[in-house]
Ligand binder design. Structure first.
Ligand code: NAD
Length: 512
């Protein structure tokens, strides 16, 4: 594998590499005047620069995808499947090397970076089953001599817009399944950490994805809006913040596209006093502070019910033990936030919590990491005495900040979670089957964990965030995404085996 296909290495001493576009199978140096630094969040070292592609470059990427669709849509399903088989083998082979790049540009620990790649790899593995996933249905003799069957046909050029927090997993949620279904694709990775995404795209090319079937453009709002309004794009998958996701959903929808938009979250973990105490506390701390809280399925609110209110000191003690350090260093639990801007936002939300009267049990401000003094670090931060009006409860903080609320009963906990506008994930910690069953029935959240802190489904199910965390009917991966990336055509057919058949004229709507 040539690791540098997606990067231009400028020979001038001191010049940083530049990330390329992929258009029509060619690695292209962008002609744009607008470049953005890709910065290591632990050191502020500029790793590379990413272009904000021009309108003409976006047009060229879509045009190449449109042209490639004319042949790719007729490529035998087995041939598409074999490319996915090759891709899964390549991703597995190169996972450790990509994890180092991902950790450097995103900040998460090497182990978590490998997890990011692995959760995406599972979707590629699932795409290898496209032969059965894309099967239609058949009913014989729906009327005399009449059969009805469905075809699941690809829809054309699809596009994906991805966030910074999972630069491997989320692009892999999108392009492998879209392509396996017979579509062509234009990917717009996060401009904050596109290098690991590009290494995966290189592997897709190496696996045999033909020229034009997968294209990559980089950029921000202008490129995203260009995708949402482009006449030749049929479907847009978006993952990112609620603000941008709502904009993308509306804009692309107004331009006639299928859209799925996976957005922000506020995930509650509800703790009953009969739960396994040690396992539960471990789960809360891991899911609250892992990846520095920058996961859409991170636990961000703990609801202690009844006697579980007494667990607060133990929660604090465990969170206090976490090691804050660069993702590259052994033993790190909490790495840096993605950018200085993200850090400032998290700090200002912590300040709002103090101002609004919450109790700051653990203060992660002012953390300094020896050797990485410039890193965007915030240590584990824990608030108790939080109410539902406070900004630390109403806003998605997207940092290592856990807020604790207290209620007396499971019914009150369920009502609290259901009153929150977000519906990405939630968890219940209990040893009671009856309580778990009541919770899974009554809770209005799309992904529920029972003694599981981050209930992201495996790829043969679908990602099913709901309410304020999602727009569009169908989620990423699993059976739902096959529906999203295909158009169902229903054929009703009748064949005559000789010329003597004559049913006469039928002026009714009924089949005979
Ligand atoms: P973001 O919304 O800032 O960026 C997402 C994408 O949108 C990027 O590719 C970016 O370039 C583009 N973008 C940014 N500003 C834009 C604008 N004004 N107009 C058009 N496009 C724009 O999100 P992020 O900060 O990269 O990611 C974190 C967010 O993503 C969090 O809110 C998190 O909860 C959410 N997220 C959700 C899921 C999910 O499945 N629900 C998964 C991962 C992340």
């Amino acid at each position: 594998m040539n690791a540098l296909q997606s990067l231009t290495i400028n020979k001038t001493a001191g010049a940083v590499p530049r990330v390329k576009l992929l258009i029509g199978g060619e690695w292209v140096d962008s002609q744009t005047n607008e470049w953005r630094d890709i910065v290591n969040p632990a050191t502020q070292e500029v790793l590379a620069q990413v272009p904000f592609a021009t309108e003409a470059e976006v047009d060229a990427a879509v045009a190449s995808a449109k042209q490639a669709f004319q042949t790719w849509r007729y490529t035998p399903i087995g041939a598409r499947m074999r490319i996915m088989l090759k891709l899964q083998a390549l991703v597995r082979e190169h996972s450790k090397r990509i994890a180092v790049v991902l950790s450097a540009e995103q900040g998460k620990t090497i182990a978590d970076a490998e997890g990011d790649i692995f959760r995406g790899l599972e979707v590629v593995e699932h795409a290898c089953s496209i032969g059965t996933l894309q099967m239609g249905e058949f009913s014989e003799n729906v009327a005399g001599g009449v059969d009805t069957y469905t075809l699941r046909q690809p829809i054309g050029v699809c596009a994906g817009i991805t966030p910074f927090n999972f630069p491997a997993m989320i692009p892999l949620w999108m392009f492998p399944m879209a392509i396996a279904c017979g579509n062509t694709f234009v990917l717009k990775p996060s401009e904050q950490d596109p290098m690991s995404t590009m290494l995966l795209v290189e592997l897709a090319v190496e696996a045999g994805v033909p020229a034009g079937v997968l294209n990559v453009v980089h950029g921000g709002k202008q490129v995203v809006d260009g995708i949402c309004t482009h006449k030749d794009i049929k479907a847009v998958s978006f993952v990112g913040s609620t603000e941008v996701g709502t904009h993308v959903y509306n804009l692309a929808g107004q331009h006639g596209k299928r859209v799925q938009s996976m957005m922000g979250a506020k995930n509650h973990a509800v703790v009953l006093a009969d739960a396994n105490r040690e396992q539960t506390l471990n789960a809360l701390v891991g899911a609250g502070f892992g990846a520095a809280g920058q996961r859409c399925m991170a636990t961000s609110v703990v609801v202690l019910v009844g006697a579980a209110k007494q667990w607060l000191p133990d929660l604090k003690a465990l969170a206090q033990k976490l090691t804050v350090n660069a993702g590259s260093e052994a033993g790190t639990d909490v790495g840096p936030l993605i950018s200085k801007r993200a850090k400032e936002r998290v700090l200002s939300l912590i300040e709002s919590g103090v101002r609004e009267g919450a109790t700051l049990e653990l203060d992660g401000r002012g953390v300094s990491v020896p050797g990485f003094e410039d890193g965007n670090f915030v240590g584990p931060t824990l608030f108790s005495g939080v109410t539902t009006e406070m900004q630390i409860y109403t806003q998605e903080i997207f940092g290592p900040v856990l807020v604790v609320l207290e209620v007396d009963t499971l019914d009150q906990a369920i009502a609290l979670v259901n009153a929150n506008p977000y519906g990405n994930g939630t968890g219940l910690f209990t040893q009671s089957g009856a309580a778990a069953r009541k919770f899974q029935n009554e809770i209005d959240v799309g992904q529920v964990g029972i003694n599981i802190p981050i209930p992201v489904p495996v790829p043969y199910f679908s990602f099913t965030g709901s309410r304020g965390s999602k727009l569009g009917d169908l989620g990423p991966y699993g059976k739902q995404v096959v529906q999203f990336y295909t158009q169902t055509k229903t054929v009703t057919s009748r064949w005559f085996d000789d010329d003597s058949v004559n049913d006469g004229v039928n002026t009714t709507i009924n089949l005979r």
